[in-house]
Write a protein that binds this ligand. Structure first.
Ligand code: PEP
Ligand code: MG
Length: 931
């Protein structure tokens, strides 16, 4: 069958972007729905492929072009190469994937010395004519004939110098005419041929050049960068379109518009225009454009036509459109339309309103928003007008922007924060004992650690901005300062961090606050009606729990209980528990912790009002609750030094009295004062048992030290070694539940064991739970509903999921640890060291700590889900690693049949939308559940 290489805008299939390119297809579609598009036609991407293969147009293609040009002359009443009413055309590239600016476009083709005079007569504007002429020669020379821009630029610079002006716009018609002649000479000198005056010759050369630009370096690099494969786009189309001019007098003009306000979503024509101007003038900002609203007064008839265009575009595309238009002597042309890019607030509002207007379905309203966009609406952002340069960039660990005075330790953060100052806590890395500093800080900045480091995870849970792993920052704890390159920051200096992109700025940068609009609530309610996946939150305190509910969490999927141990009033008790030398001593500390944990759980249960709460038993290694060995060594050495100095000072007066009684009298007063203050100090710090206690702690820290703490004595391993710790936690959960139940508060606690590798571990902890459950029910005289389950974050546990499921009512994938274990990549270090390089080199497509690795970690998950459900068909399975808040990973979790995802509070809305989209994709957009 004979192939058709060329399609007029009236006949091309607007849906066939692969063949006609995005721009071509859209021009066809607009033409066919009756919008006033300048007539034209498209050479197909197949013609491009054939051209690139044989270095010439395929047989018959040129004849089709010639015929189409004749048709164009008929449609426009203009003549290509004619002098009275010359037809000028644009020759534009356009593939099926948008590749802005990567391929070539030539405007005003058809101009030559003769047609130029026709244009000048028609526009009555010689300057415009010559300007178009010199631009065309340059563009054609560069794109179609390969002449370097530099030659033209030099000629332009020389002309401006000669005339004595700084700007192109100040050149007059005669200068531009002279420049055009010079440009033509440049072409002849560089190509050995005169500039082609024959418009058809121009056209033939231009088509070839646009086709070849598909294989230009820019385009190839772009495709590689954005992973555009041949299946997605294969060659560029060439669109030949009649030029229309907005600068033919005061009944002409040009502009750009949005069918709704892209900043707010309001349903109005939004945009700007210029009377008697070309498209480029709007972009170049030479004249200040007017708001489209003013057109109602200035050009009422055109304004009416624009309103009509607005309605037709929206009713046809069922999406907000961003369009370009030109008015040529009172006739409105639509030159281009595409889906409008809007901010998150506008996307949410337009989704709800377009549904209410009957323009789109609820499913489309949910599908058209990228869930990740919602983040903009949930946390404070840097003012969009801010253009400053960052001091340094780290990892974007927890979104949002915050400014504050830097402090280098959690105690100072706490005291200054409580005094009402805005604080950014800056640490090399944070530890659980820093938690009180987090509470009072606006944001956290660390120089080490990845996106699943302590700082990152805790900050996300609290909804506070965090930049982690900012290795350019060197912190000097002693001097209480930090250096970044040449800049030194002292404690109290103000910085701003942007946890959305990892940037750190000096000084305070204005931020805009988040807002959770009524439209957002509506949209998310629709999402919940559709989703199969439930969305839970990771929350550790009653405050976090309340906030998570505000974001629409359907329960708590992970409460990291150890976080409660870190508050200033509890840490000393926990340390006593760790340092205990006998079971009795340990039990005494544990007995003091029990009522505290019980009260915490009660607070969380109350906040969650009957929604399930998954409490994870203690996970981190014990040394995390103690100071580091280095810190203790330093403190002990310091104390020894002080004690020795004090002793020497105490002996000094006696020596002085003997040697020089006069001098002694003179300084007696001062020495008494000094002695008094030293005594005060001594009482506070230098008592033997303070030093002794620190030395004892140091011994314990050394004993607890491990080469690989992440693979060490943590999680369930602690629960097996110290059953009394886990027993206390289990008792606290169950008693809190019993107390709530007695107060008439519905509670659904679930106890979860971390780091499980063997069935025996799980069985052992399950036996504690069963025993304590019985005792609590008996002593409180009330039934307590509790579920028991396991985290799956160790590879072996996934492989043994079938057997595990006999003892577990639920599984929760801890994909932070599971990713670490599957790749053998340290989650604390990989993101700052080799991972960015891996992603850049294409060895990994994404950072697996951020985007779930479906092929590896995902396979383990699939296996565990299917094996687990074979033995326990009612098995509830969730995910509580950071991937639970990542839209693409959520879609995967949906596809393998998880019951829920759990993520940090501020990500809950994102996850709710992503869960709905996953369901809609599965059912092809049809709402099958709860609709
Ligand atoms: C995990 O490993 O995915 C998890 C949720 O636990 P944590 O991050 O506390 O180790
Ligand atoms: Mg874990």
């Amino acid at each position: 069958m004979k192939r058709q290489w060329v399609f007029a805008f009236e006949e091309g299939d607007g849906k066939n972007k692969m063949l006609l390119g995005g721009k071509g297809a859209n021009l066809c579609e607009m033409t066919q729905i009756g919008l006033n598009v300048p007539p034209g036609f498209t050479l197909t991407t197949e013609a491009c492929q054939a051209y690139l293969e044989h270095d010439e147009l395929p047989k018959g293609a040129w004849e089709e072009v010639l015929k189409s040009m004749k048709d164009l002359e008929k449609k426009t009443g203009k003549q290509f190469g004619g002098t009275d009413n010359p037809l000028l055309i644009s020759v534009r590239s356009g593939s099926s994937m948008s590749m802005p600016g990567m391929m070539d476009t030539i405007l005003n083709l058809g101009l030559n010395k003769a047609t130029l005079q026709g244009i000048i007569k028609l526009t009555n504007n010689p300057r415009f004519g010559y300007d178009a002429w010199r631009r065309f020669i340059q563009l054609f020379g560069k794109i179609a004939l390969g002449v370097e821009d530099k030659h033209f630029d030099d000629a332009m610079a020389a002309m401006k110098k000669k005339v004595g002006v700084a700007d192109d716009v100040d050149l007059k018609a005669e200068h531009l005419s002279e420049l055009a002649d010079q440009f033509a000479q440049i072409i002849e000198a560089n190509t050995g041929k005169p500039f082609p005056e024959d418009p058809y010759k121009q056209l033939e050369i231009a088509i070839g050049a646009v086709f070849r630009s598909w294989n230009g370096k820019r385009a190839i690099d772009y495709r590689r960068q954005f992973k555009i494969t041949r299946e997605m786009a294969n060659g560029t189309a060439v669109n030949i379109c009649t030029m229309v001019f907005g600068n033919m007098g005061n009944d002409s003009g040009t502009g750009v518009g949005f069918t709704r306000n892209p900043g707010t979503g309001e349903n109005m024509i939004y945009g700007e225009y210029l009377v008697n101007a070309q498209g480029e003038d709007v972009v170049a900002g030479i004249r200040t454009p007017k708001a489209i609203a003013e057109m109602e007064h200035d050009m009422p008839e055109i304004y009416r036509q624009l309103l009509e265009l607005h309605n037709r575009l929206e009713t046809h595309y069922k999406e907000v459109q961003d369009f370009e238009f030109t008015i040529e002597r009172g006739t409105l042309y639509c030159l281009q339309t595409r889906n409008g890019k809007m901010n998150a607030a506008a996307m949410v509002r337009t989704s709800v309103e377009m549904f209410k207007e009957g323009l789109i379905t609820k499913e489309k309203a949910l599908m058209r928003i990228d869930p990740a966009m919602l983040e903009q609406l949930l946390v404070p952002q840097l003012s969009p007008d801010f253009r400053g340069k960052p001091l340094a960039t780290g990892l974007p660990a927890s979104p949002g922007a915050a400014s504050g005075k830097i402090v280098f330790d959690a105690d100072t953060a706490e005291s200054r924060g409580m005094a009402g100052e805005k604080i950014i806590l800056v640490r090399e890395e944070t530890k659980p004992e820093d938690i009180h500093g987090f509470f009072q800080a606006q944001g956290i900045l660390t120089s080490r650690g990845g996106k699943t480091s302590h700082a990152a995870v805790v900050a996300r849970g609290m909804g506070k901005p965090c930049v982690s792993g900012c290795e350019a920052i060197h912190i000097n704890d002693i001097k209480r300062s930090a250096t970044i390159g040449d800049t030194t920051l002292h404690e109290g200096d103000v910085v701003t961090i942007d946890g959305g992109n990892g940037n750190v700025y000096a000084g305070e940068v204005p931020t805009v606050q988040a807002e959770f609009s009524h439209d957002m609530e509506t949209l998310l309610k629709w999402a919940d009606q559709v989703s199969r996946l439930k969305v839970m939150a990771n929350a550790d305190t009653p405050e976090d729990a309340l906030r998570a509910r505000g974001f629409g969490a359907m329960g708590i999927g992970l409460c990291r209980t150890e976080r409660m141990f870190n508050a200033t009033d509890r840490l000393p008790i926990v340390q006593e528990m760790i340092l205990a030398e006998s079971i009795e001593e340990r039990q005494a500390a544990i007995d003091r912790l029990l009522p505290i944990q019980r009260a915490d759980f009660k607070g969380i249960f109350k906040a969650m009002k009957g929604l399930p709460v998954t409490v994870r038993l203690m996970d981190p290694p014990l040394h995390e609750f103690l100071p580091t060995a280095a810190q203790l060594e330093l403190e002990i050495a310091h104390l020894h030094h002080l004690r020795d100095s004090l002793k020497a000072l105490e002996e000094l007066p006696e020596t002085l009295k003997l040697l020089n009684p006069k001098l002694y009298m003179q300084y007696a007063d001062g020495l008494t004062k000094l002695g008094r203050s030293m005594t005060d100090f001594k009482e506070g710090h230098l008592e033997e048992d303070v030093i002794h206690k620190k030395e004892k702690t140091l011994k314990k820290v050394r004993a607890l030290s491990e080469v690989n703490p992440m693979l060490g004595h943590r999680g369930v391993r602690l629960g097996i070694t110290y059953p009394e710790i886990y027993s206390m936690q289990i008792q606290a959960v169950l008693e809190a539940a019993a107390l709530c139940a007695r107060e008439g508060i519905e509670v659904h606690p679930e106890i979860m064991v971390p780091q499980v590798a063997t069935v025996e571990e799980l069985v052992r902890i399950h036996s504690y739970v069963k025993r304590i459950h019985k005792v609590v029910e008996l002593t409180h005289g009330i039934k307590v509903d509790v579920k028991f389950g396991s985290m799956l974050e160790v590879v072996r546990a996934c492989l043994r999921a079938g057997r595990m499921a006999q003892d577990a009512e639920f599984f929760s994938f801890g994909t932070n640890d599971l990713t670490q274990a599957t790749f053998s990549f340290s989650r604390e270090d990989a993101e700052n060291k080799f991972l960015p390089g891996y992603v850049e080199a294409g060895i990994l497509v994404d950072n697996p700590f951020e985007v779930l690795d479906q092929k590896g970690v995902g396979e383990l998950m699939k296996l565990a889900v299917s094996e687990g459900r074979k033995t326990n068909p009612d098995l509830k399975v969730g995910i509580c690693g950071e991937h639970g808040g990542h839209p693409g990973s959520i879609a995967f979790c949906h596809s393998i049949g998880l019951t829920y995802v759990s993520c940090s509070g501020p990500r809950v809305p994102i996850a709710r939308l992503a869960a709905a989209q996953a369901q809609l994709m599965e059912t092809g957009g049809a709402v099958t559940k709860n609709a």
